[in-house]
Every structure is written in structure tokens, then in C-alpha cells.
Design a protein around this ligand. Structure first.
Ligand code: AMP
Ligand code: MG
Length: 340
């Protein structure tokens, strides 16, 4: 591919590059080339760090632009706003974006964990940005495992998990976003929603807990609610962990038969499993109606836990790197201080 001279000043530094590149093809050695909006971009791998550096061949030499995910076709998992999602076209067992198997993926995740730890530390120190991560899935979809593995090693200070269960009478006496808003991240914080306001267009819809007129207008409410958060400085990433019905059966069996997992088994999960198709339809509508430029959904292939962890981790790291954060400046005159 020919390399075009591009004016790097014109490229939005906040772009999440992983979402707009085409296939990366190897040209030789450490160098790779890819296509960004029709421009040739030279991609250099720096093996000592997690980051894949993206450098553009500009008239004034090579200029660093940002980083891209090392997973191929990350953009495939992200739902373009306004797309009608057919979940049947997403393979829950897909692993093709990673050039390796389970063992290599574990090693890779450790590198990603370290990088996330570094990024979270700057986020916290700088106290400027807010980050909200939403996890939704069917029962056994892997929400808890994702949190445990993706955030392993990250300093718990500045990271919170909010789990949303069946609403209490007090919560039900309010609008459905009341309990949610109270848990959104403050400056410097990462908040992970383990289930979320999306239950109000999922379980609530499937079980007709409110009438259709009420739940069907919630998609617009939710988009506007998330827009408020985004306008006020929150980076929002939403992950739908996509597993197959067969994989759910395996995981429910494992919960039933393993003493250490039995606490997770709820008899009600079997009744929910009977409603598989209704839930899949509700998930598809949720993805179609609420993936926005300011709060995109990712459909994460989640039958293979190791691949699921890589996709979620890379997407979060890409988004944090796109914030181009920095430690706050030191106080003046530190060089004149001597500690005695
Ligand atoms: P778990 O995540 O397994 O602890 O289960 C939490 C339960 O709370 C799930 O069965 C959810 O469907 C349910 N839940 C969460 N939010 C809502 C909601 N807004 N309305 C009704 N049920 C909910
Ligand atoms: Mg459960």
C-alpha cells in the first residue's frame, strides 16, 4: 500500500483508533501497514510495552498518533449507531481476533492488566475524567468473571463496582434511573455496572413488569441520560457478553455440580432459561436502539472466557489511552526542598 502524506493535525486525537482501522497486514519484520480512512499508516510494534504505536507518515516525518488494539478486527465487535442487530450473525465462540490460544491469551492478559493498572493510576491522580463501564449478559454470561480478570491487579482505590439487583420498594417508588444515577462515576473514578438500567428494558420487558408503552420509550430516555453523563465528562463503554445457549447449559451444570459454585445457582435461572428467545430479542433491540457515538455497545464473544477478557480489556485500555491523560503538574519549587 502506498503511504500518503497526511496532515496529522487534522486527525482527531481522541479517536479510538482500534475502531476505525482496517485489517492490519504484515509487510515485513516489525513493520505493519494498515488503512485509516484511506490513508496509509505505519504501525510499529514496541514489544517492551503493551502499546502498539501508530505513527503516520506525514510530510514532517513520523508523528505518533495513538495506539491501536493488538486484537484484529476489534471494530467488528462494536455496534455502529443505528444498526439493526441480528445476534445470530455474532458467533459467541469466536476467537479469531487473537493470534494464539488460551495460554498465550493468559500471558497477554497479564500485560494488559499491568497497562490498565498504570492508566487507572493516572486517571485517579489527574482527577479529571470519569469512566463508566456497563456489563450486561444472560445468567452465567460471565459478568463477575470479567470484572475479576480484567481488573486484576488494578488498585481498588478509585474503582467501584455497582451491582443492580431486583429493585427495593423504595427504588420502585421512584423512576427507574433514580437508583442508577447515584452510582455514576465522579472525577478520577472508574465505575463498573454489574447489570444496570438496561435491566429496565430486559427483565422488565420479558416479564411485562411494566406495560409496553412504558418500556418502549425507555430506549430514548436511556440515550439521553447517557448523553448527559457524556456531556459532563464521562467516558462510557458498554459490553454485552454474548454466550450460546449450549454454553449456558454447561455453566449451569457446573454450578449445580460443583460445591464451590452452588451458591451461584438460583432455581429461578432455569425459568429464565426457558425465556431464552425472548431475552435474545430484548438484547437485540437494546443493542440496536442504544448504541450511540457517546456510549457504544460492544458485543463480546463470551463462550471462551479468555477471549472475552481480552476483548473487554483491550476496549477499555484503548478508550483510556484515547483520553491522553497526564499526571498533574508538581507544585512549584520542589527542587529546592531537602528532606532532613
Ligand atoms: P444476580 O445478578 O444473579 O445477582 O441477579 C440479580 C437479579 O436482579 C437478576 O435476576 C435481575 O434480572 C434482577 N434485576 C436487576 N435489575 C432489575 C430490575 N430493574 N427489575 C427487575 N429485576 C431486576
Ligand atoms: Mg444470578
Amino acid at each position: 500500500m502506498a503511504v500518503h502524506n497526511i496532515d496529522v493535525e487534522q486527525i482527531d486525537m481522541s479517536l479510538n483508533l482500534s475502531n476505525c482501522i482496517g485489517e492490519v497486514s504484515e509487510v515485513g519484520g516489525q513493520e505493519r501497514w494498515c488503512d485509516l480512512y484511506g490513508h496509509g499508516i505505519r504501525v510499529e510494534r514496541r514489544p517492551s510495552r503493551r502499546a502498539t504505536q501508530v505513527v503516520a507518515a506525514a510530510t514532517n516525518g513520523l508523528t505518533w498518533l495513538g495506539t491501536i488494539s493488538s486484537l484484529a478486527h476489534m471494530e467488528r465487535h462494536r455496534i455502529t449507531p443505528g444498526t439493526a442487530v441480528d445476534l445470530g450473525s455474532f458467533d459467541p465462540a469466536e476467537t479469531s481476533g487473537f493470534d494464539g490460544g488460551k495460554q498465550q491469551a493468559k500471558a497477554r492478559l497479564r500485560t494488559l492488566n499491568n497497562r490498565l493498572e498504570e492508566l487507572q493510576e493516572v486517571l485517579y491522580a489527574q482527577g479529571k475524567h470519569k469512566v463508566l463501564i456497563v456489563l450486561q449478559a444472560t445468567d452465567t454470561g460471565g459478568k463477575d468473571g470479567t470484572i475479576r480478570h480484567v481488573f486484576e491487579g488494578v488498585n481498588p482505590q478509585g474503582v467501584k463496582v455497582a451491582s443492580f439487583k431486583k429493585p427495593t420498594p423504595e427504588e420502585l417508588a421512584h423512576d427507574y434511573l433514580w437508583r442508577i444515577h447515584a452510582h455514576t462515576p465522579g472525577r478520577g473514578e472508574i465505575v463498573i455496572f454489574n447489570r444496570s438500567h438496561y435491566e429496565d428494558v430486559l427483565v422488565v420487558r420479558v416479564h411485562s413488569l411494566v406495560d409496553e408503552t412504558s418500556w418502549s420509550r425507555r430506549y430514548d430516555h436511556i440515550n439521553e441520560f447517557e448523553r448527559i453523563l457524556a456531556d459532563e465528562g464521562t467516558t462510557i463503554l458498554k459490553f454485552f457478553l454474548h454466550i450460546s445457549k449450549e454454553e449456558q447449559a454447561e455453566r449451569l451444570r457446573a454450578r449445580l455440580m460443583t460445591p464451590d459454585k452452588q451458591w451461584k445457582f438460583a432455581a429461578g435461572d432455569l425459568a429464565e432459561r426457558e425465556l431464552w428467545d425472548e431475552y435474545q430479542a430484548a438484547f437485540a433491540d437494546m443493542l440496536s436502539r442504544t448504541s450511540t457515538a457517546w456510549a457504544p455497545w460492544y458485543v463480546v464473544p463470551a463462550d471462551r472466557k479468555w477471549y472475552r477478557n481480552l476483548v473487554v480489556s483491550e476496549a477499555i485500555i484503548d478508550a483510556l489511552e484515547a483520553l491522553t491523560m497526564a499526571y498533574p503538574p508538581a507544585e512549584e519549587g520542589l527542587d529546592e526542598i531537602t528532606i532532613i
